[in-house]
Design a protein around this ligand. Structure first.
Ligand code: CU
Length: 134
């Protein structure tokens, strides 16, 4: 009888230990995933920059150039001339994105395209001298 009681109490103790262990492990997992999520969130930023351009062709060139490594979304509006980019700040920066856009021939509020890069644009897209009416 005493022996049986010992076994039962031991089993109970083990079960409690097991419960505590499971609780402990789940708390650790929860905090890890929460931490990872937070890191992910703070890492992703959305910014808006003024980028010159004329038409739909400019739009596709600007957006294509904006998609450097780490950029999740790039959208340029030809009416407002605003480029909205969402990117991972650990992978790239606004300056880097605007530099890539300048390499494609487009001026922005921070980076001016070289005359060489600008000269490669089709006449309709020469935003420095006019609009193409598209
Ligand atoms: Cu254009």
């Amino acid at each position: 009888m005493q022996f049986l009681q010992n076994v039962i109490s031991l089993d109970l103790e083990n079960r409690n230990k097991m419960k505590r262990l499971i609780l402990f492990i789940s708390i650790i997992f929860c905090s890890i995933s929460l931490f990872a999520q937070q890191k992910e969130k703070t890492d992703v930023v959305t910014e808006t920059y003024m980028v010159s351009g004329n038409c739909g062709e400019c739009k596709s060139r600007i957006e294509k150039a904006a998609y450097v490594k780490g950029v999740k979304r790039a959208d340029w509006n030809k009416e407002t001339k605003k480029l909205t980019v969402t990117y991972k700040s650990s992978k790239t920066s606004g300056d880097e994105i605007l530099k890539s856009i300048a390499d494609a021939g487009y001026d922005s509020e921070k980076v001016t395209a070289s005359d060489d890069a600008y000269a490669k644009l089709p006449a309709c897209c020469n935003y420095r001298t006019g609009t193409c009416g598209d």
